[in-house]
Design a protein around this ligand. Structure first.
Ligand SMILES: *Cc1c(COP(=O)(O)O)cnc(C)c1O
Length: 396
């Protein structure tokens, strides 16, 4: 095999990552239904998936996808505005708008593309963006790409945000950007206070409901619905790849907002449209979450059960989280990897999250729960975690 000689710094960087315990290696998984996954021929309870409502393997969702494949083919072949938008894209847009109670909706290839594209279209060099410290990488990338001035605040203490909003120059726009449910901490953003501040300071508010769509709110629209602030948020971005079990990002909103996004968001204009079969699957998944609210109730009941029981394990620090994401902060990246490896040995797949995904010194297990997990699986998991922590002595 021949390959061009690499610049030295690449090997140097790899070496640095390895010695800091931050090197990421890859494995192949086979997702299976009901909160499980197969790794190296072994079936594990999967506590690292975002398929919160167990829809990725739902037979109705699968058959919605497969039934349109023969007619529509696999790929959309072009970006949506050129010739890639099929009747399934149009149907999904309509269904999303009706689910969200808005005039219209627009799709993106992924939630990542939605966040990067929407924020970088909305803001420019004259503007100031106020960004929560815990915001998802895709929001941060969108903020950077926009060229706007960036101010970072912490949602725990909004005084700094208030001061910065007051100080910001009045020539450009002011834009507050936040996850609605922080993806690595499972903490809901203080959306009511953020709406109040945005209104007081004449700022826009953009929120990313990636982990809240399908999970929060009476009809599953997200945290803004749960907190009664849907009409006070300038742009709400959602993803179909988590609780909906499919793929793609979206924004639902007024006709003018959606028309503007169609014309200005580069990650939409210059990227191939979603596969039509994925749109058909998403339509079905949306139908199911509307018809079966019990999935949401089960999900929250499972999460509350695990959260309560975790508190009985001595030495564990579970931050104040809510909903399906439960972080167990272990601080040290090597310890985090070790505990995750032991849990895998015991039959449980749990995300081990290290910097730069989370701040230095806050490496953690990121447990995510679905409505399909069984109580006895969760009880066995708690025992395995307790044993593994005891074996490693660290946090007692
Ligand atoms: C996963 C995630 C995204 C990206 O969504 P994809 O559809 O997976 O690209 C965006 N924001 C947050 C908060 C996420 O957790």
């Amino acid at each position: 095999m021949s390959s061009p000689e690499l610049p030295e710094w690449i090997d140097d960087e790899l070496q640095k990552m390895r010695s800091a315990g931050l090197f990421r290696s890859r494995r192949t998984f086979k997702p299976v239904a009901d909160g499980r996954s197969v790794l190296e021929d072994r079936e594990l309870v999967n506590l690292s998936s975002n398929d919160y409502l167990n829809l990725a393997h739902d037979e109705r969702v699968i058959s919605a996808a497969t039934s349109v494949l023969p007619e529509m083919g696999v790929g959309a072949q072009a970006s949506a505005l050129v010739s890639g938008r099929t009747k399934w894209h149009a149907r999904l847009e309509r269904r999303l708008a009706s689910f969200e109670g808005t005039e219209d909706a627009i799709l993106f290839p992924s939630g990542y593309a939605a966040n990067v594209g929407v924020i970088s279209a909305f803001a420019n060099e004259q503007d100031t963006i106020f960004c929560d410290r815990l915001n998802h990488a895709s929001l941060i990338d969108g903020c950077r790409l926009s060229g706007a001035k960036l101010r970072v605040y912490r949602h725990e203490n909004l005084d700094k945000l208030k001061r910065e909003l007051t100080k910001a120059s009045s020539t450009g726009k002011k834009i507050i950007v936040t996850d609605s449910l922080f993806s690595m901490d499972g903490i809901p953003a203080p959306l009511v206070s953020l709406c109040d501040l945005a209104e007081t300071h004449n700022a826009s508010l953009i929120i990313d409901e990636a982990h809240a769509t399908g999970v929060y709110g009476a009809s599953g629209k997200g945290l803004a619905e749960a907190l009664g602030v849907e009409d006070r948020v300038t742009i709400r971005i959602g993803t179909l790849s988590k609780a909906l079990g499919t793929m793609g990002g979206f924004v639902a909103g007024s006709s003018s907002l959606i028309d503007w996004l169609w014309n200005c968001v580069r990650t939409q204009i210059y990227s191939t449209a979603l596969p039509p079969a994925i749109c058909a699957a998403s339509c079905k998944a949306l139908e199911i979450i509307q018809a079966e609210p019990d999935r949401r109730r089960l999900l929250h009941a499972n999460a509350e059960f695990l959260r309560m029981e975790l508190q009985n394990i001595p030495g564990i620090s579970v931050v104040e989280s809510s909903g399906p994401i439960i972080p167990v902060i272990l601080k040290d990246p090597d310890l985090t990897m070790q505990i995750a490896a032991e849990l895998q040995q015991a039959g449980f797949l749990v995300g081990a999250i290290r910097p730069p995904t989370v701040p230095e010194g806050t490496s953690r297990l990121r447990i995510s729960i679905t409505c399909a997990h069984q109580r006895d699986d969760l009880e066995r998991f708690l025992k395995a975690l307790d044993r593994s922590l005891a074996r490693n002595g660290e946090s007692r």
